[in-house]
Design a protein around this ligand. Structure first.
Ligand SMILES: NC(=O)c1ccc[n+]([C@@H]2O[C@H](COP(=O)([O-])OP(=O)(O)OC[C@H]3O[C@@H](n4cnc5c(N)ncnc54)[C@H](O)[C@@H]3O)[C@@H](O)[C@H]2O)c1
Length: 261
């Protein structure tokens, strides 16, 4: 297999770290982007830092990356709607759009955004979702901090729903599919990572598993997601684009039944 260059956000922990490990093992080059322990250390909540990250990846890669995997995210359990919206939606799409020209210059370019099954738990008419899709970061943050219930969880679901919709809107466009770049989203169910440690603590695990039933195998491991991220961004992915693929042990099909969307 020939070596490709990958940029991965959230590469220091959990799903991003496991994907990094897998790709390095396959002989690829990885440029990690994270708050710490990465080739590019930046805060993706901050728009100027996102620009710095794009410029730094351009320098490190000599202007060409074959794939971008956007994993960085903040849990709803933090209860902090502002960074959730800024990182999970705007930090993700700014990095994907900012690195798109580097993808377009490379061979067999692919990109993936990591969303969540939380996509399924809110509606497209949510004011945070609408502000995200309008590209209005400050309105999205204002709507998220003034929601009247369960701020962190609501902001998380809205940020991930907007990201899933954004992926489906952008994937067929001239500057993505038309430029030969596959763009997909992967939505994990419950995966054991530092993000979900508090949900899977012994005293809470039974309730968590009841809330997010995963009949095929139960709570997943990071490798279950990493292998799909690696495949979607590999040259073997010849035609899959614009999909939101849930890695959720069957949660989605229980939740939505026969509805495809
Ligand atoms: N673990 C799960 O069950 C699960 C389920 C659904 C979706 N997800 C999504 O998968 C992705 C990865 O989650 P994880 O479980 O690996 O979590 P994690 O907490 O282990 O890793 C997240 C990474 O994102 C980085 N990050 C957070 N804020 C950042 C910022 N402001 N700037 C730069 N980097 C930042 C963190 O430093 C960390 O390395 C997230 O987008 C998350 O929402 C996870």
């Amino acid at each position: 297999m020939s070596s490709r260059t990958y940029a991965i956000t959230g590469s220091a922990s959990g799903l991003g770290a496991e994907t990094r490990r897998l790709l390095l093992q396959q002989g690829h080059r990885v440029i990690g982007i994270d708050l710490r322990d990465a080739e590019v250390c930046v805060d993706l909540a901050d728009a100027a830092d996102r620009r710095r990250a794009i410029d730094r990846v351009e320098e490190l890669s000599a202007g060409r990356v074959n794939a971008v995997i956007a994993c960085a995210g903040i849990s709803g359990g933090t209860g902090r709607p502002e960074p959730i919206v800024r990182v999970n939606y705007f930090g993700t799409i700014d990095i994907l759009e900012g690195l798109r020209p580097l993808l377009a210059r490379s061979s067999e370019p692919r990109a993936v955004a990591v969303t969540s099954v939380a996509t399924l738990t809110t509606g497209s008419d949510d004011p945070v979702v609408r502000a995200c899709l309008d590209g209005d970061e400050e309105r999205a943050v204002a709507a998220a901090v003034t929601a009247d219930h369960n701020l962190g969880t609501a902001a998380y679901a809205a940020s991930k729903r907007a990201l899933s919709i954004w992926t489906r809107r952008r994937a067929p466009a001239a500057d993505w599919a038309g430029a030969g770049i596959a763009l997909n989203a992967v939505g994990p169910g419950l995966i054991a990572t530092p993000m979900t440690e508090y949900l899977l603590a012994p005293e809470r695990r039974a309730q968590t598993e009841a809330d997010v039933p995963m009949p095929f195998g139960g709570v997943g491991e990071p490798r279950h997601v990493a292998s799909l991220l690696a495949w979607l961004t590999s040259i073997d992915n010849g035609r899959v684009t614009g999909q939101v693929i849930f890695v959720d042990g069957g949660y989605d099909v229980l939740h939505r039944g026969e509805d495809i969307w």
